[in-house]
Design a protein around this ligand. Structure first.
Ligand SMILES: Cc1ncc(COP(=O)(O)O)c(C=O)c1O
Length: 401
């Protein structure tokens, strides 16, 4: 690709912004292929540099040599809580409230049925983000059938008005997967609490990209994946947050032996463990889990506020470059312009979006496509720079040019 059509003002601004960026050096903590602009960390995060070595050790030494002794000697057994505590600061949770394991879908099931069981008796409704990622809607419908609730779809922007005396549980996404819209977690949680409803937040598209503040805002339960902005790897285990104040009463619909107070007592009756550990189900997926633990090391010394500031600067700059490089009328941003409503991605609506994204990828700019007409560009501040944003917009301009 030639630089002939680069706009000097934009390339100079990118250079200056990259030079002033205190997070720029964090890119060295990742293994990224040369020549690729990677804007799909909102789907699958890049590979942190230390993961390959740790994974090799887990396989060859911990499994291969220590064999079953590793459940104790390599601390495999306690990994779900240990890694939960490592991840907790990134979502504003004090230790002891996050347990890692299973998929987001499975944790959502535990959280929703658990929330319905925590809710005040007599309440009938489960409010669900109408634009939610499909798995949340499917699981919510099943959880509602099991617990006798009625699913009521709500637009999260107006959810505060919809929450009332009949609301048992509210399930919302912090950031919408398609548009990149950031919903007002503090205000919506406060509205739910004021109405006596139990909140469940899906943090898949916010954890690792912006401050979440679960404890500070009084969230009840939350779930999220670790393979996006937390870079845990394909199919990395998800997590479940159970606020301290609910742990004693949290009644998991999947009371597996790992969540038992004394798993090796092998008793016929289930007695839940104290703390978030009661959210565990079966034997943890150790290989993925320890890869995630190694991936979390990239956060050493990194503040989520600085990540948020860079994310907004990157998405602002990308939108400015798109406005200059892409002929007017060819794309329309469906991501809110206001910072208060923007996550860490930019979604552009365009005709032939699938083909446009295929062409972008062929030219070394990797984003993704969501049917029917959305190009998604995820900005992971730990490894994406301003020159990347400029090149992505310029490449898009070439395709339309
Ligand atoms: C908001 C949201 N929830 C849930 C999921 C998927 O959950 P799982 O980890 O079970 O595949 C995704 C996946 O992209 C998502 O974006």
């Amino acid at each position: 690709m030639s630089d002939a059509t680069a706009i000097p003002d934009l390339t100079a601004r990118a250079e200056a912004l990259d030079a002033a960026d205190e997070l720029a050096k964090l890119k060295d903590r990742f293994t990224l292929p040369e020549g690729v602009v990677y804007l799909d960390g909102n789907s699958l995060g890049a590979l942190p540099a230390g993961v390959a070595e740790t994974t090799a050790d887990v396989v060859s030494r911990q499994w291969g040599e220590l064999l079953i002794r590793s459940w104790d000697e390599s601390d495999w057994w306690t990994a779900p809580e240990r890694i939960g505590d490592k991840l907790a600061p990134l979502i504003g949770a004090a230790p002891g409230q996050v347990v890692v394991g299973d998929s987001t879908s499975v944790n959502l099931f535990k959280a929703l049925v658990g929330a319905a069981r925590l809710a005040s008796p007599g309440r009938t409704q489960l409010l669900v983000d109408a634009a939610t990622f499909p798995t949340d809607g499917y699981i919510a419908a099943s959880a509602a059938r099991m617990t006798g609730l009625e699913v009521v779809p709500v637009d999260p922007s107006g959810a505060a008005q919809a929450i009332g005396g009949d609301t048992a549980v509210v399930l919302l996404n912090h950031v919408d997967y398609k548009s990149g819209r950031l919903h007002d977690l503090p205000a919506l949680t406060a509205a739910a609490r004021a109405a006596g409803a139990v909140t469940v937040w899906d943090l898949c598209h916010s954890a690792g990209a912006l401050p979440v503040g679960l404890d500070a805002h009084g969230v009840d339960l939350a779930v999220g994946c670790t393979y996006k902005y937390l870079n845990g790897g394909p199919g990395a285990p998800a997590y479940l947050y159970i606020a301290d104040r609910h742990q004693a009463a949290f009644d998991s619909p999947l009371p597996g032996w790992n969540g038992h107070a004394d798993p090796f007592a092998m008793t016929p009756e289930f007695a839940p463990a104290d703390g978030a550990r009661r959210g565990r189900v079966g034997t943890p997926d150790i290989l993925s889990m320890l890869a995630l633990e190694a991936a979390l090391e990239v956060w050493e010394g990194v503040g989520i506020e600085a990540v948020r500031a860079k994310s907004l600067a990157l998405t602002d700059f990308f939108l400015a470059c798109v406005a200059q490089y892409v002929p007017r009328g060819r794309v329309e941003s469906v991501t809110p312009a206001e910072h208060a409503h923007r996550g860490s991605q930019v979604s552009l609506r365009t005709e032939n979006a699938r083909e446009v994204m295929r062409e972008l990828i062929a030219r070394g700019v990797i984003g993704d496509f969501r049917a029917p007409d959305v190009l998604r560009f995820g900005f992971t501040p730990l490894y994406v720079g301003f020159a990347d944003a400029e090149r992505a917009a310029r490449t898009l301009g070439h395709i339309f040019g």
